[in-house]
Design a binder for this molecule. Structure first.
Ligand SMILES: [Fe+2]
Length: 495
């Protein structure tokens, strides 16, 4: 075992709130303080308290977390978990300890919304301020948010904060300072762009956007820090599906066409929220498209109606292509509304199905197989996944609502080789995405740690749990000096 960076005994009981007691501003259980608006950033780094033994190789690196933090403004509140104004966090592992800092993303949306005291550019389920009139005034260039509160991605050395829009914001991963919007240097108009770009084995940055028109198109694009997007493939469709992510394999990108389908005119003329511009049309089914990264050729397969935020992996198997997805039974909008989550209403989205689609050469329909596990926010060893199928999958999950499960409270691991599904339950806590960080020089695919943002009822602030990725045993816990509002995805910045 590697040396510990810092080891201290657990906090004395007197320093903690009584078990189960809600925090001072909590509308529900103490763990649900993660859904409470936080208006103050921590720009000057503060010391975190480390329990247990941190692997020495984490030193010099940083866990970056992204997520919403301000859901409530004086004049009006955001309606959905996905919509709060973005706050970036940095948990920096040094030679002598761990330091925590945070900084708000300085976007046009944040500036306008703070000035006017209301959500100005809307969000997933929050309408643009001004409603239909605003839409009509901006019909040729619809206003769309740049509140990149969902994903952090490195493009050609430049760090970006993204949401489901083509407006992306550059930031410094060391200071968290906003560095302005990435201005696209091309003429493409892609009002919808996946929140999750992907990076290939050569470091190339890829993403998928949607172009509206009489014939709508998905465009697979690559880009570098110059902002010039190059179109690799175009896939036509009548009504494109909801787009959050896509899958990248060694030689193919896989785009799934959700049966939650956009109504292009509503994006231009309706005064509703982003999510209300989609219709769930299960009778039309879905399609899965595989783009050859070499020549841009596209093959497509029919599939049952599906809704999916995230892919686990995609890989080639002979002439066939395999893609594993986290599939929900229907679009997830209402159950992740911020007031429902604050009230502790169970969210089934924490238990998406783990589904494999085999896209066989010469077949018109995808073959569907249910895989073990129900989870979301999946993680794999990304480098291994770009070379072929992975053996290990980690994710966040929850107990079945019928058994009292309400929200993410555990880390799971599925081993494709053994078929074994293991879990680490954080009793009385919320436990979000388990970010996999491989040990430098590691041989085994699961040699590394999982960094899991947790908040228990009796924690003073959020706690980053450091789990052994092979065994799910806890090696260390890093107590942050404050609550980190619940977000979605993190990133590791190595030393
Ligand atoms: Fe996501």
């Amino acid at each position: 075992m590697a040396d510990a960076v810092q080891t201290v005994p657990p906090l004395p009981a007197a320093a903690r709130p009584a078990a189960g007691a809600p925090g001072p501003a909590s509308p529900g259980g103490g763990r649900r303080r993660g859904f409470v608006t936080r208006t103050q950033a921590t720009e000057a780094p503060l010391d975190a308290v480390v329990h247990g033994h941190l692997p020495e190789w984490l030193r010099g690196g940083s866990l970056l977390l992204n997520g919403p933090a301000i859901w409530d403004l004086p004049g009006r509140s955001y309606a959905h978990w996905f919509d709060g104004l973005a706050l970036l966090h940095r948990v920096h592992f040094t030679d002598t300890g761990v330091r925590y800092a945070s900084r708000f993303l300085d976007t046009e949306d944040a500036r306008l919304s703070r000035q006017r005291g209301r959500p100005e550019l809307g969000g997933y389920d929050t309408p643009v301020a001004g409603g239909l009139l605003s839409r009509l005034l901006h019909v040729f260039n619809p206003r769309r948010t740049d509140n990149g509160c969902v994903v952090l991605s490195q493009c050609d050395g430049q760090w970006l904060a993204l949401t489901e829009s083509d407006r992306v914001t550059r930031f410094d991963p060391h200071t968290l300072a906003t560095q302005g919007e990435l201005r696209w240097a091309d003429k493409l108009k892609l009002p919808l762009m996946a929140a999750h770009p992907a990076v290939d084995a050569q470091g190339g940055w890829w993403n998928v956007g949607i172009r509206f028109g009489r014939r709508c198109e998905y465009l697979l694009v690559s880009a570098d820090r110059s902002g010039e997007r190059r179109v690799k493939a175009s896939i036509g469709c009548e009504r494109p599906g909801y787009l959050h992510a896509f899958a990248l394999g060694a030689r193919h990108a896989v785009i799934w066409e959700c049966a939650w389908r956009a109504h292009p005119l509503r994006f231009l003329f309706a005064g509703e929220s982003y999510a209300r511009h989609f219709d769930w049309l299960p009778e039309q089914g879905s399609r899965l498209h595989a783009v050859d990264l070499g020549d841009g050729s596209v093959r497509s397969w029919e599939a049952p109606a599906l809704f999916a935020f995230h892919a686990v992996q995609a890989y080639e198997q002979g002439k066939d292509i395999v893609v594993d997805l986290c599939v929900d039974a229907a679009p997830v909008v209402e159950e992740l509304g911020i007031e429902r989550l604050r009230a502790g209403v169970p969210a089934a989205a924490a238990r998406a199905r783990h589904v494999r689609f085999v896209l066989a050469a010469g077949q018109s329909a995808a073959r569907e197989e249910t895989l073990p596990g129900r989870f979301e926010l999946p993680q794999v060893n990304a480098r291994r996944a770009l070379a072929g199928p992975v053996r290990h999958v980690w994710a966040a999950s929850a107990a079945d609502p019928a058994e009292g499960g309400a929200f993410f409270d555990r880390t799971v691991k599925f081993d494709h080789a053994s078929g074994r599904l293991a879990e680490h339950v954080f009793a009385g806590a919320v436990a979000l995405e388990p970010l996999f960080v491989p040990r430098p020089g590691a041989g085994a695919e699961d040699d590394g740690v999982l960094l899991v943002h947790t908040l228990a009822d009796d924690d003073v602030g959020s706690v980053v749990r450091v789990l052994d990725a092979a065994t799910l045993e806890e090696r260390a816990a890093v107590e942050l000096p404050c609550v980190v509002p619940f977000g979605f995805h993190g990133a590791w910045v190595g030393s």
